[in-house]
Write a protein that binds this ligand. Structure first.
Ligand SMILES: C[S@@+](CC[C@H](N)C(=O)[O-])C[C@H]1O[C@@H](n2cnc3c(N)ncnc32)[C@H](O)[C@@H]1O
Length: 199
């Protein structure tokens, strides 16, 4: 499945900040991993939307896990593929529809890191409202959003049947990381549902 959508910016270059110790992105990565570690206590089924090079989840995945990482940039997708273990599928595809998640949905964990800050608010609402169709019962979402807009994201999760397990908001950085668990019954998975378009 090839994704031929428009390249919105230099996402490979965006990843360079991870290499700078103490940078906001390097710190955010540690927070995301810190939330993921206890969730990945045994083999899990995982979705990562707009996965980048997969550095947040791939090093932590227990053997026997099943994961689908969806990334539109072929260079980043190749990097993720090179560090992926058996059971991990990296698709160079549009993460903005439900279709590529079919092989692993319903998943126990969904990552939406670096997504909500790059899509319209309406698309954020639509995506969160659709997450119960990608999740197994009691499934968990780990997400990021910079600044005060993260408060709206928390409200949207609450309005869609999720309970907040954690929310990290450092006073000296703009990044925010949330962890929400689905507390209502999931919805059936449907392919080809539009979630978002990257802006
Ligand atoms: C802000 S980065 C986040 C990457 C990764 N999740 C992380 O936190 O390190 C956004 C990523 O989304 C990818 N992307 C942009 N539009 C996409 C689309 N429609 N489908 C899949 N990936 C997309 C970019 O190539 C980029 O790697």
């Amino acid at each position: 499945m090839l994704f031929n959508g428009p390249v919105t910016r230099d996402w490979v270059g965006w990843h360079d900040e991870y290499a700078t110790p103490g940078s906001a992105l390097a710190r955010r990565l540690e927070v995301v991993r810190g939330h993921l570690r206890p969730l990945l206590d045994r083999p899990r089924s995982v979705i990562s939307m707009c996965a980048g090079d997969g550095r947040d989840v791939l090093p932590l995945l227990p053997a026997g896990s099943r994961a689908v990482l969806v990334e539109g940039d072929p260079v980043l997708a190749d990097r993720a593929r090179r560090s992926a273990a058996d059971g991990v599928t990296v698709l160079t595809a549009d993460a903005g529809t439900t279709t590529p998640y079919a092989p692993v949905a319903p998943a126990e964990i969904v990552l939406a890191c670096g997504v909500f800050g790059n899509i319209a608010d309406e698309d954020t609402r639509r995506t969160i409202a659709a997450l119960p169709s990608l999740l197994a019962p009691g499934g968990t979402v780990v997400w990021t959003r910079a600044g005060s807009e993260a408060e709206t994201v928390r409200d949207v999760f609450a309005a869609n049947g999720f309970a907040e397990l954690a929310f990290t908001a450092p006073s000296d950085a703009r990044f925010r990381v949330g962890v929400h668990r689905l507390t209502r019954a999931p919805d059936p998975f449907l392919p080809d549902v539009r979630l978002f378009t990257f802006t």
